[in-house]
Design a protein around this ligand. Structure first.
Ligand code: 3PG
Length: 248
C-alpha cells in the first residue's frame, strides 16, 4: 500500500478578499502562514515524513510547502515545481470579487463558473495585462499551453500527465510524496483518482491548509482518504469555500 499527502495552500490575500485568483500570483495572509505551519505540526505529530515534494509555480502553494517543511525540519527535501499543478485559470474573472460577481450574474451562474466540469469562465483577451504570455516562469511553454481560461476538464487534461509521467512512477518507486497545490488542481487530481462523475465533482470543496491523506493500492487506486486534523473545523472550512461564490 502507498500513501500520498495533498494539501491546498493556506489562506491567500485574495481568498481573504474573496476574489477569483486562478493564475494570479498572490501571497499568503498571516492566517495562511499559520495554517501552513499548523499543517506541518499535525503531519509531524502524526509521524508523517516525506522524501519528495511537488508544488505549482505560484507562491501561495510554494510558501505553504516551505512553511510546512520548515515546521517538520524537512527543508532539505527536493521540491519539483510544476506549472501543471497551478490553480485552474479563472479567465476574465481573475481579480473580480466572487460575491459581487454573484450579485451581478446570480449565484447559479457563479456556481457554473466555479464548479462545472466543462463550462469555462469567460476567457481573457490575448492582450489583457492579466494574460501570462510574457511571464518568464512560463517561458518554456508553447503559446497554446498557456490558458486564457480553463474549466475543470482543461485542468484535468494538464494535471493528468503530471500525475502519470512524474508523480505516479515516483510513488511506485517508493517515494513518500507531499503535494502542495490549489483548490481546483487538487479537485482535478481527486476526480481522476476517485473516478468522481462530472455531476458529483460540483459538490467537492477543498479547505485551505489541511493535509489530505490518500492511501493507494498497488495499482494506485484509492483505498481510503481522510483529512488530518479536527473534522468539525475541516467541515466548516469546506462549507466556507462553498459559500464564497454566493451574493451577500
Ligand atoms: C481561486 O482561484 O479563486 C481560488 O483559489 C479557488 O477558487 P474557487 O473555490 O472559487 O474555485
Amino acid at each position: 500500500m502507498y500513501k500520498i499527502v495533498f494539501m491546498r495552500h493556506g489562506e491567500s490575500t485574495w481568498n481573504l478578499e474573496n476574489r477569483f485568483t486562478g493564475w494570479t500570483d498572490v501571497d499568503l495572509t498571516e492566517k495562511g502562514v499559520k495554517e501552513a505551519k499548523a499543517a506541518g505540526e499535525v503531519l509531524k505529530n502524526e509521524g508523517y515524513t516525506f522524501d519528495l515534494c511537488y508544488t505549482s509555480v505560484l507562491k501561495r502553494a510554494i510558501r505553504t510547502l516551505w512553511l510546512t517543511l520548515d515546521e517538520m525540519d524537512l527543508m532539505y527535501l527536493p521540491v519539483k515545481n510544476d506549472w501543471r499543478l497551478n490553480e485552474r485559470h479563472y479567465g476574465a474573472l481573475q481579480g473580480l470579487d466572487k460575491g459581487e460577481t454573484a450579485a451581478k450574474f446570480g449565484d447559479k451562474q457563479v456556481l457554473v463558473w466555479r464548479r462545472s466540469y466543462d463550462i469555462p469562465p469567460p476567457a481573457l483577451e490575448e492582450g489583457d495585462d492579466r494574460a501570462s504570455f510574457n511571464d518568464p516562469r512560463y517561458a518554456g511553454l508553447a503559446k497554446e499551453q498557456i490558458p486564457l481560461t480553463e474549466c475543470l476538464k482543461d485542468t484535468v487534461a494538464r494535471v493528468l500527465p503530471a500525475w502519470n509521467e512524474e508523480i505516479a512512477p515516483a510513488i511506485k518507486a517508493g517515494r513518500k510524496i507531499l503535494i502542495s497545490a490549489h483548490g481546483n488542481s487538487l479537485r482535478a487530481l481527486i476526480k481522476m483518482l476517485d473516478n468522481i462523475s462530472d455531476e458529483e465533482i460540483v459538490g467537492l470543496n477543498i479547505p485551505n491548509g489541511q493535509p489530505l491523506v490518500y492511501e493507494l493500492d498497488a495499482d494506485l487506486k484509492p483505498i481510503r482518504h481522510y483529512y488530518l486534523g479536527d473534522p468539525a473545523a475541516i467541515a466548516a472550512a469546506q462549507a466556507a469555500v462553498a459559500n464564497q461564490g454566493k451574493a451577500k
